[in-house]
Design a protein around this ligand. Sequence first.
Ligand code: AMP
Ligand code: ZN
Length: 140
Amino acid sequence: MYAPSCIFCKIIQEELPCAKVYEDAHTLAFLDLNPIRPGHTLLLPKIHADTLLNLDSGSGEALMQAMRKIGQAMITGLGAEGFNCLQNNFSAAGQEVMHLHWHIIPRNRADQLAFRWNPGKYADKDEMTALAQKLGGHIA
Ligand code: AMP
Ligand code: ZN
């Protein structure tokens, strides 16, 4: 349930402090120490999971509900015009803390925040279809 060396498990167990935003039976949310924007919040399941791949089956709905509540509060309470929900899995994707968490980031049109995102193109429809089939074929 808790991983002994995990800093987010220590926060859940109140062995380390946090600026708490929200809590329910399955989830905890607190402010990121290094905000991309003021109000940048981390949302996590209380049961330890390294990544989305080993999230316990009981926490998914609560996490989605909490994400919606926090996003709504950013709009209502912080004057955000939108919000991003971002989630990194494994170090290759930028994950630094190995306890599954979502970054919920309040956004405004004028905030000038940009994510490095360089979209490419497929050579043709056949390449796209083949890749969709390869990927889909591995979904259990
Ligand atoms: P990630 O790169 O997705 O694993 O994000 C980890 C995030 O956790 C970073 O944005 C850190 O700023 C944040 N962080 C690490 N330790 C703490 C902490 N004790 N309290 C709040 N945020 C933290
Ligand atoms: Zn943990």
